[in-house]
Design a protein around this ligand. Structure first.
Ligand code: SF4
Length: 179
């Protein structure tokens, strides 16, 4: 059943990432996720990869409607020896993003012309985001939650459980849209 996705899943594994096939129509997009972004996230409005600088939930619904397939990407970090996981989060997500970005490029080369990564967390390719004009537009990607994807439910679709408040294990989650 996985057919043409197998090579990508294998490549993800080589990069240390677990990849799970999802039908794009099974990825839930919800308005209430935007609520959590705008009211309660300390990163809101601080990066050009975050709301309000990214496409709206409604716009994204139309976009994802044009895709059939996706890979849910999970990069698990052992953070048991880390004192302050929040402080480490910047480096963890950057590391995961670079691996997932490589997978997106690989997907493009394999013929998935519209391969597009939704990255783990907000973009931190620059120390501080200038909030006016992206200086690395080829690297700019937004996170699934920035456009309303309910990651918890998406993981359930893949038979996984998203665990909160476990400082010894930190998972960076991305979604690679494929067409
Ligand atoms: S690459 Fe730099 S300027 Fe562009 S969104 Fe990321 S942090 Fe902001």
């Amino acid at each position: 059943m996985l057919g043409k996705y197998e090579d990508l899943i294998e490549r993800a594994s080589e990069l240390g990432i677990k990849a799970y096939f999802l039908k794009a129509e099974d990825i839930p997009v919800e308005n209430r996720i935007a609520l959590k972004c705008a009211y309660g996230c300390r990163g809101y409005g601080k990066r050009l990869s975050c709301p309000p600088y990214v496409m709206s939930v409604d716009e994204f619904r139309k976009v994802i409607g044009e895709y059939k397939s996706a890979l849910l990407l999970v990069d698990e970090h052992d953070t048991s020896g880390i004192q302050d996981v929040l402080e480490a989060w910047s480096g963890l997500r950057k590391d995961s993003f670079h691996k997932m970005y490589e997978l997106e490029q690989e997907a493009f080369r394999e013929g998935f012309t519209f391969a597009h990564l939704l990255r783990p967390g907000s973009c931190n390719e620059c120390e501080a985001c200038n909030l006016e004009k992206c200086v690395k537009p080829e690297m700019r990607r937004f996170a699934p939650e920035a456009v309303g994807i309910n990651i918890q439910k998406a993981m359930e679709e893949a038979g996984l459980l998203l665990e909160f408040c476990r400082p010894e294990k930190t998972s960076c989650i991305g979604i690679l849209l494929l067409e």
